[in-house]
Design a protein around this ligand. Structure first.
Ligand code: G3P
Length: 224
């Protein structure tokens, strides 16, 4: 399973990169706004910085919601760097654009996927990735992970190549459950990735190893 980080924050991207486990980055207009990046030129410059940092796929989202606008933006975004993946919303014109971008060999990530039916349509259009939003489904008291399982079963049975990119991940548990459900990729905030490191028994065990080593060293010095 690939690990993407879901942020436009360069410091966080660098921290995940230094961990040696990062395969890519996803962003969206809200994440860009959170970093205070506004205006097309600044936004595109920021994408370029991310693409220079990380060699894997970098999702950059279109703002247009009608076919011609989506296509124009998608082509401009794809010009920024070879590793740009154009993120397109799950709407009628979005699906039409994904089919055309696929024909042009431009990678796409179909975002805002909340049902298996949407996932089937995006795969039929040839999307490189689909992004089911696990956390936001859980927020409505439905089961986000169950959707990943359903899409995995359908894609496996039907032989679709589209990769399942589990998004709106809120915790380490979401990452583990998405892996069990067959996600190809998880895109996570840095905190969720770092939470996977944590187990109290690891901390207790490490402290005991270090204490035992220290005692043995002290005893050896005492004997000499
Ligand atoms: O990848 C989509 C993600 O950014 C949405 O996450 O936490 O806003 O639901 P969230």
């Amino acid at each position: 399973m690939k690990f993407f980080i879901d942020t436009a924050n360069l410091a966080q991207i660098k921290e995940a990169l230094e961990l040696g486990i990062l395969d890519g980055v996803t962003t969206n207009p809200s994440l860009m706004a959170k970093e205070g990046i506004t205006g097309k030129e600044s936004i595109y410059r920021h994408y370029k910085k991310i693409c220079d940092l990380v060699k894997g796929d970098i999702s950059a989202e279109v703002i247009s919601t009608e076919y011609k606008g989506i296509m124009k933006e998608a082509k401009e975004l794809a010009e920024i760097a070879e590793n740009i993946v154009v993120k397109v919303p799950m709407i009628k014109d979005g699906i039409k654009a994904i089919a055309e971008l696929t024909a042009l060999e431009i990678k796409t990530n179909c975002t805002l996927v909340f049902s298996a039916g949407q996932a089937i349509l995006a795969a039929k259009a040839g999307a490189t990735y689909i992004s089911p939003f696990i956390g936001r489904i859980d927020d409505t008291n439905w089961n986000g992970i169950q959707l990943i399982t359903d899409i995995f079963d359908i894609y496996t049975m039907q032989g679709y190549d589209t990769e399942i990119l589990a998004a709106s991940i809120r915790s380490g548990l979401h990452i583990v459950e998405a892996a069990k459900a067959g996600a190809d990729v998880v895109t996570c905030p840095l905190d969720a990735i770092l939470s996977l490191l944590k187990h109290p028994l690891t901390d207790i065990g490490l402290q005991k190893f270090l204490d035992d080593h220290k005692k043995a060293q002290a005893a050896a010095i005492g004997k000499s």
